[in-house]
Design a protein around this ligand. Structure first.
Ligand SMILES: Cc1ncc(COP(=O)(O)O)c(C=O)c1O
Length: 333
């Protein structure tokens, strides 16, 4: 397990070499806030000092419900949504409410690293399962002995996946949810990149979760540069959301009216979301032609793109030449 949050380390290194480096990370894009939202923020700084009113929170939940319906075709009620101060804070709440010391969680490798660390802080055992590049980066659950699978309390997933960009096929979603239901595990899917899906309709596991217990994390912080003013939300069963909302009341001061209302604005910005997605699609197409001396752009089977240093490609080619590498249709290094 990483000794420090890897993205904090990356940011420190990027900052130290800021004059000589190109940063391709989604969160580092050149998109500005929509002018109407920027103007609203400038006109309402006092809201940063006020807690969000119950009406503003209900309005946020209604906007979240509409987003889930429009993007993913999922219908939930207000009692199934809990606003969260941020993505990692939401994961902290899941660990606190859903894990007991000694429970096991299953994470993926590669995968966004926060939940594994938070679960370990909660004295849970952490096992990891590989994402299989030959199966569009779906987790290879068959690699885990049934006795280990039976001990898992939470399957922690992140689709669309950071870092591979992969999305799960309908079959893969079904088999994960069935496997979790068989061993009474909760599935947690971090869906913060959900709207940035290009080759198919964005998917949410909430649409498929008939039998399995499921919590999904949503946020628009990858689309709107609100920084710490962006709220996220958790969605799931009424019972699970009730537990998390109660934990939140004990654990955190109320979220500011500015944070809740600014995010509500973004959740309702249907046309703006389409424009932002098309901005990234265009940026991807431009990057596909990118073939510099030091970097090359590679597509994977789900239509997403990674820019990799040519030095690592050369190393891979040399390995394959020596017979040490394996053919990888998704261009994984
Ligand atoms: C997949 C994924 N989930 C969650 C987060 C963190 O969200 P937040 O900054 O709201 O804590 C990130 C940040 O990069 C991420 O890539």
């Amino acid at each position: 397990m990483a000794s420090r949050y890897p993205f904090a380390l990356i940011k420190e290194k990027l900052h130290a070499r800021r004059h000589e480096i190109s940063d391709f990370a989604i969160g580092a894009r050149r998109l500005a806030l929509p002018p109407e939202l920027a103007e609203w923020l400038r006109s309402n700084p006092d809201l940063a000092l006020k807690p969000a009113s119950p009406d503003a929170v209900s309005d946020f939940k209604d906007a979240a419900i509409s987003l889930l319906q429009q993007e993913y075709g999922v219908s939930l009620g207000r009692e199934q949504i809990v606003p969260m101060p941020g993505g990692r804070v939401a994961m902290t709440a899941i660990a606190a409410c859903m894990l007991h010391p000694g429970d096991n969680v299953l994470v993926t490798e590669p995968g966004y690293p926060a939940f594994a660390r938070l679960a370990a802080h909660w004295h849970a055992g952490v096992s990891s399962v590989s994402l299989d590049p030959l199966q569009s980066f779906a987790p290879d659950l068959s690699a885990l002995p049934l006795s280990d699978l039976e001990k898992v309390r939470i399957f922690s997933l992140n689709y669309p996946n950071n870092p591979t960009g992969a999305v799960l096929s309908a079959d893969a979603r079904r088999s994960i949810l069935d496997a979790a239901a068989d061993v009474n595990a909760l599935v947690f899917n971090d869906n913060v990149y959900g709207p940035l899906t290009y080759e198919s309709r964005p998917t949410s596991l909430l649409a498929d979760s008939a039998d399995a217990e499921l919590i999904e994390l949503h946020a628009l912080t990858k689309l709107y540069p609100l920084g710490p003013q962006g709220a996220s939300f958790l969605a799931g069963s009424t019972e699970a959301m009730q537990k998390i909302a109660t934990y939140a009341e004990f654990a955190w001061s109320p979220k500011s009216a500015l944070k809740i209302q600014a995010t509500t604005w973004c959740l309702r910005d249907v046309d703006g979301r389409a424009k932002i997605k098309s901005f990234f699609r265009t940026a991807q197409s431009a990057a596909r032609g990118f073939d510099g001396n030091r970097f090359r752009a590679l597509s994977n089977t789900s239509g997403n793109l990674r820019v990799v240093p040519t030095a690592s490609l050369d190393r891979r080619q040399a390995r394959e030449h020596r017979g040490g590498g394996c053919a990888d249709p998704d261009g994984r290094i």
